[in-house]
Design a binder for this molecule. Structure first.
Ligand SMILES: [Zn+2]
Length: 318
């Protein structure tokens, strides 16, 4: 028999679990206020009365009502919590990305709603880890996109066109073997840009492998830097960026196959999604779901962040 204590481990169980409004509500409350103290999201007061029939609290501090959704990515969404939970489950458990079309079909909402929902969830999947990598690290960059020629000229203009790489977006990645990956959209492939990304994520003294791109030269001062020699390749050779290359091909398969089109200013969210799955590849579906949920409850994405201006700023911060 199903009880609220047994969290779902499969999609089927998740659908069944979150179709119970009481389970979903209790789950949400436990995620939102893990220590059990119901705190007003507006004023921080813990003095409140709970209106169980409407599942809202009345805050005695600021004299206003609040729900479990206030101040989270779920706030202002007309979609039920059950649909949100299943959408998160689908996104964090799919192997290689899922389109807004599939999510829309799967939970019975419009594609536009699904798209909006998925971007909010991706925001929650951003990696908050800033621990520097110190083992064996691969760094590499790649170009994404190139379909802008099929676009309306106005739309094309909006595309970020990096120097000499019209219609393409450059993505930089740093991967610690057996560990995590960090990615970022970068403006160019100049030395300063790429090396700044490496220094941001990799501890001095670590073993660093890159290809022969000139922008990587000079890193030997800080790292045990070795450059791939394509002329010599032994199976035992540790000097390669195969891990990064595998990640790029997964990413591109995801973008090409399941995401209809990715505007450059949205690309970093897809990167976050792919990196989240990669970094938590050893976790179970439930563990990945819970990890995403922990972030979901603390973050909020506004419409302007989703649709452009602010997202670009975030990209450069990333
Ligand atoms: Zn209050």
């Amino acid at each position: 028999m199903k009880t609220a204590n047994t969290l779902p481990t499969t999609l089927q169980e998740a659908v069944s679990y979150f179709s119970e409004p009481d389970y979903t509500f209790d789950f949400a409350v436990a995620m939102r206020w893990p220590n059990g103290k119901i705190e007003c999201p507006r004023c921080g007061s813990e003095e409140n009365s709970f209106l169980s029939t409407r599942r809202i609290w009345y805050c005695k501090g600021c004299k206003k009502q609040f729900t479990v959704k206030v101040g989270t990515i779920f706030e202002d969404s007309p979609l039920g919590m059950d649909k949100w939970m299943i959408a998160v489950w689908l996104i964090v458990t799919c192997k290689n990305g899922i389109s807004s079309y599939e999510v829309a079909k799967g939970i019975g909402i419009t594609q536009k709603s699904a798209w909006h929902m998925m971007h909010r969830i991706r925001k929650a999947m951003q990696d908050g880890s800033f621990k520097k990598m110190r083992g064996e690290v691969e760094a590499d960059e790649t170009f994404i996109g190139g379909k802008a020629r099929n676009m309306h000229p106005e739309k094309r203009k909006r595309r970020i066109t990096g120097r000499g790489t019209v219609d393409k977006t450059i993505v930089m990645g740093v991967l610690e073997r057996g560990g995590e990956i960090r990615t970022a959209v970068v403006d160019n492939r100049r030395k300063k840009t790429l090396q700044a990304e490496i220094k941001k994520h990799v501890q001095a003294g670590a073993a660093l492998y890159t290809d022969e791109l000139k922008s990587y030269s000079g890193l030997a001062k800080e790292y045990a830097h070795e450059v791939i020699n394509h002329a010599v390749s032994y199976v035992e050779d540790r000097v390669h960026t195969n891990g990064m290359e595998n990640f790029w091909s997964l990413l591109k398969r995801g973008i090409g196959g399941t995401y209809v089109s990715v505007e450059p200013f949205h690309l970093f969210r897809y990167l976050d999604e792919q990196a989240f799955r990669f970094n938590n590849r050893k976790a179970t579906d439930l563990e990945r779901f819970m990890l995403a949920m922990e972030n979901v409850w603390g973050k909020r994405v506004t419409w302007s962040e989703l649709t452009g201006k602010d997202a670009r700023q975030e990209t450069s911060i990333n």
